[in-house]
Design a protein. Structure first.
Lengths: 371, 424
């Protein structure tokens, strides 16, 4: 048997280095901190105002904060008697609508020098975790721990219709971009799609987003954030999965993509590198990628192509992230933190990357011989 | 300190048990942990402990601090007692506050589950050389009549294998240990075997009694005494097995308690107390909410609140509440600081317990924490004070001693004393 000669052996082909997908005008791989805003209390949620002039956040001190992005000038907005995680804007009426854990919906003249609550409505018994506004800006949808879904007229905040939507706490609600359908998601991962009269059209079980932890005797899960793709063909839900210890938060962040037309789960987006925590925010970027952020064992910000299960870009955050908002021009992502900071991250190409600094050469220590 | 036995050998215990089982022909060794019931004695004093295991948050229950940095998202609501507010998570319990009292100044200085639980059950800190009896065992010793068919200390657990824990009784002796009722299920083998009629059953009992007496006359010990009592109780319990059958309650009643485990267990507690039980502990799991404290407290207290209020109402309606000491406790509270995962951690420094019924002032509050709940600022007490209070509420002088081999052993921690302000 002839021995194979090494010198004639073909050289192994090096695997091609993965190339980050290209999104003209954006470069998630180059994501970097751009601005910091500091509040005196831990923050919970954030939303950009549609013109991009202001960023709104909410804090554990029950207030909202309006930040002028250019100057970082802060205006506190008091009115709720509990935490707020839901904020939407009615463009034509130039109002911010907030929903709180006090069960109340408040409307704010957000451009005013000192915004005050214009209307205050007790909408639900128990927490309001989410609000949605339709494409006309004239209808608002809310959900509560009372299991009810309610549609309201804007700007009056007058009830149009409400119904019992779920048996457990409702974590998310939103209008489909068409404005003709509503989606709601509860603690147990039950996704229900409704018409505007409250008639159930279909339901999807997002089982990955729920677990009953028998050891602790409690349910954990629900969609912690929800987003539609710009054309409304895909729905993204984020939360925690693979939970092994609910009360210590031992599980992994996850995003499920659901095809709106069929109700089928088409993709599960997860971090490439293992991470322990909850995906608190998800958004579709207009350029076509999905953005998600988590808190748990630290904080992370990931970017996915919707057809790929693993992220193509990631940056480590200084602390647990609690929400996510994409700027109206798509150039930055805002994240609120436990430490009271809201930070924005630039996701455009970095035209002035930091120069690589060569490592310092440290001369070896000369130890004098013992005498 | 352990209870003294005449004979500590395992072999001896086994052979005797085997003899009894063989003589009876039905393996009564299976009934090592019997439960027997008798009708309610209206004069009997009883104790119900609701143990919220894992450490319930005082800020989400009895001592809310809305609007401050540590307060969390929940608001305080008024109760049936003007001026007393509790968390909005307890609306049903709030309507019964005129029958309850709150101790808001507890500082056990203990953040460990096991050690905190020990303090709350025994009123003492754990010591390497000493074991102290649980409140249930002490109540079994002080309150339970020898002829009560039910064991003196019944422990309804959410899960587990059931059985007896003689360790809980420490120096009081094994017959005062706890008997666990796992998931509210009746002990095994309560049915009389088919083919054995009442006459045969009596003959078998007399034979066993005769064997016991012969053995007892020569080798009397705490353990043999417990064996004898165990078999006597088993016979009576077989006739009272219906106590464990909560399906005999109407659906209307079981709906009021709730279909969940805690609801079923509280309904069983009421039946056992009504059936003559001296001490019933029922646990609700779990409150160890290092992660998402607020979501989990909505879930757990949603179960606790309505069920507990229903139990209070039923005890009150039956005229039993004034003779039943009711205590809602945990191993500790939870940190005022809200952590980065929306959780609260272990906190024995400034927390609360609720109690009511026998010997307790109605609608009283004692102790106070500061504005953010980080420290006790008025009438600080610990587990020892609580233990003294329970005993005094039941009519005992908690400064007295138990005597084991003529050696005095204080019923409660001599360094502490009853919380007089809350006692009738």
């Amino acid at each position: 048997m002839q021995k194979e000669e090494k010198k004639d052996a073909p050289k192994p082909v090096e695997p091609a280095k993965p190339v980050a997908p290209s999104f003209p005008g954006f470069d998630p791989v180059a994501t970097r901190l751009s601005k910091e805003f500091k509040h005196t209390s831990a923050l919970l949620a954030c939303r950009y105002e549609p013109s991009g002039k202001f960023l709104f956040t909410s804090g554990q001190d029950n207030t909202l904060q309006r930040w002028e992005i250019e100057t970082a000038k802060k205006t506190d907005m008091a009115g709720h008697s509990s935490w707020v995680r839901a904020m939407v804007f009615a463009l034509k009426d130039k109002i911010l609508i907030s929903g709180g854990y006090d069960g109340q919906i408040l409307t704010w003249n957000y451009e005013s020098a000192e915004p005050i609550p214009m209307r205050q409505v007790l909408a639900h018994q128990g927490w309001i975790r989410a609000l949605g506004i339709d494409n006309t800006g004239k209808k608002l949808v809310s959900c509560g721990n009372d299991g009810r879904i309610a549609i309201w007229s804007i700007p009056e905040v007058k009830p149009i219709h409400s119904w019992q939507g779920h048996e457990s706490h409702i974590y998310q609600v939103a209008f489909h971009p068409s404005g003709q359908e509503i989606v709601s998601v509860d603690l147990k991962g039950m996704v229900r799609i409704w018409d505007l009269t409250g008639k159930k059209i279909r339901e999807v079980e997002a089982k990955a987003l729920h677990k009953y932890d028998a050891g602790f005797g409690a349910d954990i899960g629900g969609a912690r954030s929800l987003a539609f793709s710009p054309n409304g063909s895909s729905l993204a839900l984020s939360g925690i999965t693979n939970v092994s210890n609910a009360f210590a938060g031992i599980g992994n962040p996850v995003i499920l993509l659901i095809d709106w037309a069929t109700g089928k789960i088409t993709q599960t987006l997860a971090p490439k590198e293992k991470f322990q925590g909850t995906m608190w925010g998800v958004a579709f970027h207009p350029a076509g990628f999905v953005v998600g952020t988590a808190g748990g064992n630290g904080g992370m910000l990931w970017f996915w192509k919707p057809d790929q299960p693993n992220d193509f870009a990631v940056i480590k955050l200084p602390d647990n992230a609690r929400d996510l908002a994409i700027a109206p021009d798509g150039k930055s992502v805002a994240i609120p933190f436990y430490t009271g900071f809201a930070r924005t991250y630039d996701i455009t190409p970095n035209l002035n990357p930091p120069k690589e600094v060569p490592p310092k050469v440290v001369p070896p220590k000369v130890v004098p011989p013992k005498t | 300190m352990n209870c003294k036995y005449a004979c500590n050998t395992v072999e001896h215990g086994v052979s005797r048990r085997a003899f009894l089982g063989g003589a009876a022909g039905m393996g009564l060794g299976m009934l090592a942990n019997p439960l027997l019931a008798k009708g309610l004695n209206s004069q009997q004093k009883r104790v119900l402990v609701v143990f919220l295991s894992g450490g319930v948050s005082q800020l989400e229950t009895w001592d809310p601090k809305p609007g401050v940095v540590t307060g969390g998202p929940f608001r305080a609501i008024p109760t049936s007692v003007p001026g007393i507010h509790i968390s909005e998570l307890l609306p049903y319990t709030a309507s019964w506050m005129h029958k309850l009292a709150l101790v808001r100044g507890i500082n056990t200085k203990e953040n460990d589950h096991g050690k905190g639980s020990y303090i709350m059950h025994t009123g003492r800190r754990q010591e390497p050389a000493n074991e102290y009896p649980h409140l249930g065992s002490v109540c079994s010793k002080l309150l339970n009549e020898d002829k009560n068919p039910l064991p003196g200390y019944l422990n309804i657990t959410p899960n587990g294998s059931g059985g007896q824990s003689t360790k809980d009784a420490a120096y009081l002796g094994p017959k005062f240990g706890s008997v666990s009722i796992s998931d509210g299920k009746a002990p095994l083998n309560l049915e009389k075997p088919t083919g054995i009629n009442t006459e045969a059953e009596m003959q078998r009992h007399l034979l066993r009694q005769s064997a016991n007496e012969r053995f007892y006359s020569r080798r009397k010990s705490a353990m043999t005494e417990a064996y004898t009592q165990t078999y006597d109780q088993a016979r009576l319990l077989m006739e009272k097995r219906g106590l464990f059958d909560i399906t005999s309650e109407s659906s209307k009643i079981s709906d009021r308690y709730g279909k969940h485990d805690f609801g079923r267990h509280c309904l069983l507690s009421r039946r056992l107390l009504e059936g003559g039980a001296t001490f019933v502990k029922v646990s609700h799991t779990n409150y160890d909410t290092h992660h998402e404290n607020f979501d989990f407290h909505i879930e757990q207290l949603g179960e606790f609140d309505r069920t507990f209020a229903t139990l209070l109402e039923d005890l009150d309606t039956r005229g039993m509440l004034d003779s039943t000491l009711v205590v809602v406790m945990s191993e500790f509270g939870r940190t005022p600081t809200i952590n980065r995962n929306f959780g609260r951690d272990h906190w024995g420094t400034a927390w609360s317990v609720a109690m009511g019924g026998c010997g307790i002032q109605k609608g009283a509050v004692v102790g106070k924490t500061n504005a953010t709940g980080t420290a006790v600022v008025d009438r600080e007490v610990n587990g020892g004070h609580l233990f003294h209070t329970y005993l005094k509420a039941l009519g005992f002088d908690s400064k007295k001693n138990f005597y084991v081999d003529q050696r005095p052993l204080p019923m409660a921690d001599p360094k502490a004393s009853p919380i007089e302000e809350i006692l009738l």
